[in-house]
Design a binder for this molecule. Structure first.
Ligand code: SF4
Ligand code: SF4
Ligand code: SF4
Length: 189
């Protein structure tokens, strides 16, 4: 007759039970860690295709100046000599005086590249997010200027005051790992 399997002692039984419980606890903990990792924090951002440049980004943010700034997507820019993000459509001449330019805070820098091209750069600390330049670029250019929430400033309010006021529902939630929305339209030349 074959030997019957050795009986486990109470101590061995308890040790195995504890090992199994430990594995269960570990896998439960790992699951919790994974699910925490999956639930990535979301932040506010402006969908530039929805924004109608109403101007409320400058006035509704809880911060002064607003956490919303103009950004310039250089890959799209036509480097126009007469940039209507920079110039008013009605103006005395083509000089760079305040009477000719659109920005109320002198936040757009203009640099000559080579005839007939100029480059336009946003001086961000001066920008109040008023969207006047964005409106001009949308109307006469190719939309290379647009508004974005800057995450080095934004408080990520639970309910963004601008999102509440925005008439175009242009404020959306995006993952913190991809906090900006790039425009995709190509320069028309
Ligand atoms: S409030 Fe909305 S529509 Fe108005 S400028 Fe801001 S994002 Fe654009
Ligand atoms: S016009 Fe308004 S949005 Fe554009 S750079 Fe000046 S302050 Fe910023
Ligand atoms: S979340 Fe708060 S700080 Fe950020 S843009 Fe909206 S109102 Fe301003």
């Amino acid at each position: 007759m074959p030997d019957s399997p050795p009986k486990r002692t109470r101590r061995e039984f308890l040790r195995e039970a504890l090992r199994a419980a430990g594995l269960l606890l570990f896998s439960g903990g790992l699951g919790a860690v994974l699910s925490r990792g999956e639930a990535e924090e979301m932040v506010w951002q402006i969908d530039p295709e929805k924004c109608t440049q109403c101007g409320q980004c400058a006035t509704e943010c809880v911060l002064t100046p607003s956490a919303v700034k103009c950004v310039h997507q250089y890959a799209m820019c036509g480097y126009c000599k007469l940039c209507f993000g920079f110039f008013r459509d009605q103006r005395p001449d083509d000089g760079t005086g305040a009477e000719n330019v659109r920005c109320p805070t002198d936040a757009i820098r203009r640099r000559f590249v080579e005839e007939p091209y100029y480059q336009y750069m946003i001086d961000e600390p001066r920008c109040i997010g008023c969207a006047k330049c964005v409106k001009g670029c949308e109307a006469y250019g190719n939309g290379a200027l647009y508004l974005q929430v800057r995450h080095d400033r934004c408080l990520n309010c639970n309910q963004c005051a601008i999102a509440t006021a925005c008439p175009a529902q242009a404020f959306v939630r995006v993952p913190r790992s991809k906090p900006y929305i790039l425009k995709t339209r190509k320069a028309s030349g």
